[in-house]
Design a protein around this ligand. Structure first.
Ligand code: HEM
Length: 393
């Protein structure tokens, strides 16, 4: 594993794995937006960091110069990408592959999962409410997306710890260490291969079976593509929503006036969820520059990566009034937490449902709570609280 030198100058040497970024990235982005809106670093074999909404948007929409064949900025170079369609696909393959997944995540389909999500939340709360304290990241927010996606796919909900370990290896530890990344990927692939094999002659009423029968452009989806899409759903569906629920609860624990307002005006939940997504956007993806170009007058060189910080874009004061303030009835709120352009999130209905249910069920049973100890945050591609010690009063 590589030793990291601390960042000396964020404009020329930025590093999203630096502890200052992990603990509090907002002042870093504010300064860069004012002084150097497209920063560069020689780390990661060369990578750009746009922090303005307009620039993040321009790059997201420009699939000619910016490819999704590499979507994570890592310390090392990998020539062979492990496909996870559609997130690693570029046009023209991207659209037909995305179309296969979209119907499973429609509002109508997700609504059917709501009772399950509510039951999971209450079961989790039952497990700690009498203790008067809990780690809301470890005992609550972490389990909700795992159990819902496992239920949807038709795999064992008790395997949640395994899924979380693989994601940690792929998206966090694996950003620095290729062997760890490969280990997580290999184990996850083997797991899904077994699940696919089980359904070959015995299809079930679950998403894996449905995906195995799906057709893409009139042709059956190949087992390799099904496997890749399953990896993606697992990776995209867990850490992201775990982080978004955790950050929302952290905000409500540390801002009692917003918590009280939500208790008094529960009809604000939809705008509050959108504002949590904007202010604490968890997901930062990347692109590979495949052809020299220019963004807002800044030359962008092929071969470099671009860290596409939707979270930084969402704090841009040019786009959002009082961008650094959390305003739970903010409207309009055209945030980019779910991405911009062709790769916009497939699971946004599911994520919104899980966030809403998780906050609602929590507030019903635990209206008063506060932070009692140190919060730790994940690093890299997905940012959210990984330890959230609360006193339940
Ligand atoms: C709060 C939770 C979530 C956030 C903030 C989030 C955010 C994002 C973002 C920013 C992208 C765009 C990536 C890019 O441009 O490269 C994306 C793509 C995607 N997300 Fe989510 N996501 C969340 C939850 C989910 C869930 C629950 C699922 C499904 C289980 C999911 C599935 C996907 C898929 C399949 C894509 C790829 C879409 C494509 O390439 O066209 N996400 N997500």
């Amino acid at each position: 594993m590589s030793e990291r030198a601390p960042v000396k100058d964020w404009k020329t040497d930025w590093d999203h794995l630096d502890s200052d970024w992990r603990n509090n990235p907002y002042p870093i982005w504010d300064k860069l937006r004012k002084e150097c809106p497209i920063a560069h670093t020689e780390r990661f074999e060369g990578a750009y960091l746009p922090t303005r909404y307009e620039d993040v948007k321009a790059i997201s929409y420009d699939t000619n110069h910016f490819s999704s064949r590499r979507v994570v900025v890592r310390d090392y170079h990998v020539d062979v990408t492990i496909p996870a369609p559609p997130i690693t696909s570029d046009p023209p393959w991207h659209k037909p592959e995305k179309r296969v997944l979209l119907p499973f995540f429609s509002m109508q389909e997700i609504k059917k999962l709501e009772p399950k999500a509510r039951a999971v939340c209450n079961e989790l709360i039952d497990g700690f409410i009498d203790d008067g304290q809990c780690d809301a990241a470890q005992q609550y927010s972490r389990h909700i997306p795992v159990r819902v996606i496992a239920h949807m796919l038709g795999v064992d909900e008790n395997d949640g710890d395994l899924f979380i370990r693989w994601i940690h290896e792929i998206l966090e530890l694996g950003v620095r260490d290729y062997d760890v990344f490969l280990q997580g990927m290999t184990e996850m692939t083997a797991y899904f291969q077994v699940e696919i094999d089980k359904r070959k002659d015995d299809p079930r009423d679950d998403l894996i079976s449905i995906m195995m029968q799906a057709r893409c452009e009139g042709e059956p989806w190949t087992p390799e593509r099904v496997l890749g899409a399953l990896r993606l759903l697992m990776i995209a569906g867990i850490d992201t929503t775990w982080s978004a629920i955790g950050s929302s609860l952290w905000h409500l624990a540390t801002h009692p006036q917003d918590r009280q307002r939500l208790l008094d005006e529960p009809e604000l939940m939809p705008t509050a969820v959108e504002e949590m997504l904007r202010a604490y956007s968890p997901v930062t993806m990347a692109r590979e520059v495949v052809e020299d170009t220019e963004i807002s007058g800044c030359p962008i060189k092929a071969g470099n990566m671009v860290l596409l910080s939707f979270p930084a874009a969402n704090r841009d004061p040019e786009m959002f009034e009082d961008a650094d303030k959390v305003v739970i009835d903010r409207q309009p709120n055209r945030h980019s937490a779910f991405g911009l352009g062709i790769h916009r999130c497939v699971g946004s209905n599911l994520a919104r449902m899980e966030m809403t249910v998780a906050i609602e069920e929590w507030l019903k049973r635990i209206p008063h709570f506060s932070l009692e100890g140190e919060v730790t945050w994940s690093e890299g591609t997905v940012r959210g609280p990984r330890s959230l010690p609360f006193k339940l009063t």
